[in-house]
Design a protein around this ligand. Structure first.
Ligand SMILES: CC(C)(COP(=O)(O)OP(=O)(O)OC[C@H]1O[C@@H](n2cnc3c(N)ncnc32)[C@H](O)[C@@H]1OP(=O)(O)O)[C@@H](O)C(=O)NCCC(=O)NCCS
Length: 248
């Protein structure tokens, strides 16, 4: 599906949870947004530190700030009142009282991009990767992918090799993030159709069968490989891009 992009400008108003089976996707470049994520944050033109470490710390602060802002907008509460905890495998989830709203989410970052996926009642996983050349694509595929997938990738040359590797990678990570398990031991058990990473062939034995899942390849206007997984048999997605008040 090639979706239209719905541009949403800050400040955010109240948001309605999407209907069941619809993934509400939010794409943003946190560094470009006029937000103050805390005392350690400054706008890019401000006086905050400029070392790589400081920039990364500021980016992470802003990612968490935007996640809270968004979750709060769906629950009609301020972002500071959103209560998150980590599962044993590191998946961030709402505390039970807030999860009772039906709100489910997943987050991914790559480079300076952030994507947050929101769903109602069904677990969701999103994964993005900025397009780039992957010099070790074949080696990584042999190590982490199913032989059917890695032998198909062996045949590719650049730039298709890196592009298809990242597409398959994001498909698997989106599934893992929806399931909440963590990557370890699952990458080669989630099998996608060669050349069509949005087509799920097999999942780990103790997971619901592939027919219960939707794995969606996103065709984004930005240079990103991206997939969304939902434990829903016929899910769809729509894309919102967060922008500051002034930007075209
Ligand atoms: C999360 C993971 C699947 C992908 O990470 P990545 O591609 O490097 O980075 P992304 O930006 O796409 O995703 C990171 C985000 O995923 C989320 N996340 C972390 N662990 C997760 C999990 N187990 N399930 C779902 N989402 C998870 C978090 O929101 C995290 O961002 P944050 O730390 O800033 O909040 C990978 O890091 C992983 O496997 N983590 C689990 C570690 C693990 O296996 N621990 C074993 C403990 S038993």
């Amino acid at each position: 599906m090639t979706g239209e992009v719905n541009i949403v400008r800050l400040p955010l108003g109240r948001l309605q949870l999407p209907e069941e089976g619809l993934a509400d996707l939010w794409l943003a470049r946190p560094d470009e947004l006029p937000v103050q994520a805390g005392p350690m944050d400054e706008t890019p033109t401000g006086n905050a530190g400029d070392s790589r470490k400081e920039k990364l710390a500021r980016l992470r602060l802003r990612q968490q700030f935007l996640l809270r802002l968004l979750l709060g907008a769906y629950m009609n509460i301020p972002g500071k009142d959103v209560r998150l905890v980590r599962s044993g495998t590191g998946k961030p989830v709402l505390i039970p009282a807030q999860a009772a709203t039906g709100l489910r989410f997943s987050l991914s970052h790559s480079g300076d991009w952030l994507m947050i996926g929101i769903a109602r009642n069904h677990v969701i996983g999103v994964d993005i990767e900025a397009h780039r050349t992957m010099p070790r694509a074949r080696e990584l595929a042999r190590r982490f992918f199913h032989p059917v997938e890695s032998s198909d990738l062996e045949k590719r040359e650049e730039p298709d090799l890196s592009r298809d590797f990242l597409a398959t990678w994001t498909a698997k990570e989106a599934m893992v993030k929806a399931a909440g398990t963590g990557l370890a031991g699952y990458m080669d058990q989630i099998v996608t159709a060669p050349g069509a990473p949005g087509r799920l062939v097999r999942v780990p034995e103790d997971w619901p069968d592939p027919i219960h899942w939707s794995l969606m390849s996103l065709d984004l206007p930005e240079p990103l490989a991206a997939h969304v997984a939902m434990l829903h048999p016929s899910a769809r997605w729509r894309l919102n891009q967060l922008q500051g008040p002034g930007r075209k």
